[in-house]
Every structure is written in structure tokens, then in C-alpha cells.
Ligand binder design. Structure first.
Ligand SMILES: [Zn+2]
Length: 316
């Protein structure tokens, strides 16, 4: 429930000298008060709705509105109204919303997008109304099935199709512009029809099946080997798996240190470093590393040594 409405607060007043009340004829008894009206949502001011200007007589207590002001009152008000401005906090709701939108757009820009989202968008763009039997026979068969079994009121002639295959995976994309109008629990019938159609295809057996069904704007229904999602605001990300796992970060897996040492120092390529071949820190610590004292450092001796060093470092 959203509670909204409008309220007014007193912005300020104009003292009047040399005017007299139209009703009681008392002079110097009037005061002009300016109220600012603003729209609020949950009592947070959103934006101003204009001013209400009234003149009150402190003597007879009569109040008159701006349109009833005498020319004299009007003039006095016009002279001083510039200092009776709408306070900025009447805008505070819109200011906060503006800041939030700015913040969200900054965050959205700094979040790296999944490169697979691009691939999916590209494939969604490739959907066509009438897939040809030669170029995309699977899509052609799915379309035939939809034309046969989907009610006319859902306009199967407006559906679009694309089928992509990748190694042991198949991705079926469909656009159903009327999907929003179909009752949620009935939408999965589209998946059933696609799956049934795929069962009759040759060469599909054993493949992982991915299905994405787009409504008017976004994917509202999807199926992967792991999940089925159905809803107006689902994430399309489960379909990304069709395109594979994200590549690991570069340099995450550097070659083991000993391989580097071997490539530099092991001149006779016997997979061990002799005292003669050793240099630098390896030579300095040779006695410690070469635990069996055979004057050769093996991979095992080197790794045991490194683990021991790591443990010592962590103890301090
Ligand atoms: Zn009066």
C-alpha cells in the first residue's frame, strides 16, 4: 500500500503597514501568510504543488485569499514575495530518487557484464518467424508443432525460433509475444511441446537441452538440465551455461616454481638440479633443501622445503 497525498506548510509571512482591513477597517492589523503545498509519499515530500497566499486580519480574524486581495495588498505582496521561496526540502523525495538512480547507474556500469550475456543476445536476435527446413530443421519442426497445437488466440504465427548446437548441448530459443497473457501455470506447456518435438529428432539423444522462451521483452520461461524457471522477472543467467563456464582469470594458475627453476638451471635436463647447476638462493640453501645429501635437489625435496619455509613464515 502506498500512502500519498499532499500537505501544506507555512513558508513565511509579510507584515503590512499602512493597509487597512476591508471588513473591520482596522489599520495595520493584516498579515499575509504564504503556505507551500507539496505532494508526499509516505509523508516524505516529493515535489512542490504551488503556493497558497492568504491575508488575515488580526483584529476581526477574517481571512481572504490571493484572488480577493485589494490592489494595495497585491502590491505589498508582490514587493516581498521573492524572499518567500519554496524551501528545497519540498523537493527532497525527488532529490533522493535522483541520487539513487545516479548511484544505480554508476554501479551498473562498474559491474562487468557476463560475456555470455552478449552471446545469448546475439542468438536471441537470430530468431526468425519461419525457420526453413534446410537451414534449421529442428526449429522448423518445433514451429510446425506450435502451429498445430497452440490456440489461435495466442497467435502462433507471431512466434519466432532459433536453434543452436554446441558440442553436446542444444539451445532452443523461442519468442512468444503473447506469453504474458498465458496463465503462469500453463506456460510450461510450451516447454513440454519443445521437449516432445526434440525427442523425435535424430542426433539429439543424450544432449543437454537448454530452452529459453522470450515474452514481449525478456525471457520469462527457461529450462536447463538443472532447473526450470517460470515468471515475468526471472534471470536469464541459467542459460549462460550453454555457452560454457566462464574462463578462469589469467595468471591464476602459474606453472609450479620448480618447473621454472628446471627450465633455467637444469642444463642436462635430468629433472634435478645439481649443486654445480644451482644459483642464487637455491645454491645458498642447497644444503637445507638436499635432505638426502646426494648433491642433487629433486622436485620432492624442493617442494617439502618450500612448505617448511611457508610454515615458518606463518608462525611469525
Ligand atoms: Zn479586520
Amino acid at each position: 500500500m502506498i500512502i500519498f497525498g499532499h500537505r501544506a506548510t507555512r513558508i513565511g509571512s509579510v507584515d503590512l503597514y499602512g493597509t487597512s482591513c476591508n471588513y473591520c477597517e482596522q489599520s495595520n492589523s493584516q498579515e499575509i501568510t504564504v503556505f507551500g503545498r507539496y505532494a508526499h509519499v509516505f509523508w516524505i515530500p516529493m515535489f512542490p504543488l504551488g503556493k497558497v497566499v492568504v491575508s488575515e486580519c488580526n483584529h476581526c480574524m477574517r481571512t481572504i485569499r490571493r484572488n480577493e486581495f485589494t490592489p494595495q495588498l497585491s502590491r505589498k505582496y508582490e514587493e516581498q514575495k521573492n524572499r518567500l521561496k519554496t524551501p528545497f526540502w519540498h523537493w527532497i523525495g525527488l532529490i533522493i530518487i535522483g541520487l539513487l538512480i545516479a548511484l544505480i547507474s554508476i554501479t551498473a556500469k562498474s559491474t562487468p557484464t557476463d560475456p555470455r550475456a552478449k552471446l545469448l543476445n546475439r542468438d536471441l536476435d537470430s530468431m526468425v518467424l519461419n525457420p526453413s527446413q534446410q537451414e534449421d530443421s529442428i526449429a522448423f519442426h518445433i514451429e510446425s508443432m506450435m502451429e498445430l497445437f497452440v490456440d489461435e488466440e495466442n497467435h502462433p504465427e507471431r512466434f519466432k525460433y532459433a536453434v543452436k548446437q554446441k558440442e553436446d548441448k542444444i539451445l532452443v530459443l523461442m519468442k512468444v509475444p503473447t506469453l504474458k497473457q498465458v496463465r503462469k501455470k500453463n506456460r510450461t506447456e510450451i516447454l513440454d511441446m519443445i521437449n516432445t518435438s526434440l525427442e523425435t529428432e535424430e542426433g539429439i539423444q543424450g544432449k543437454e537441452i537448454y530452452i529459453g522462451v522470450e515474452g514481449k521483452y525478456t525471457i520469462m520461461l527457461l529450462q536447463t538440465p538443472k532447473t526450470i524457471k517460470n515468471g515475468r522477472f526471472i534471470s536469464e543467467s541459467p542459460l549462460y551455461e550453454f555457452y560454457g563456464q566462464l574462463p578462469l582469470k589469467k595468471n591464476k594458475k602459474a606453472p609450479p616454481l620448480f618447473d621454472k627453476i628446471l627450465s633455467k638451471l637444469d642444463q642436462n635436463k635430468d629433472g634435478e638440479v645439481s649443486r654445480i647447476e644451482a644459483k642464487g638462493i637455491l645454491l645458498k640453501e642447497f644444503g637445507d633443501i638436499d635432505t638426502d645429501g646426494n648433491e642433487f635437489v629433486t622436485r620432492e625435496e624442493f617442494e617439502v622445503h618450500m612448505i617448511r619455509k611457508e610454515k615458518l613464515k606463518n608462525n611469525f
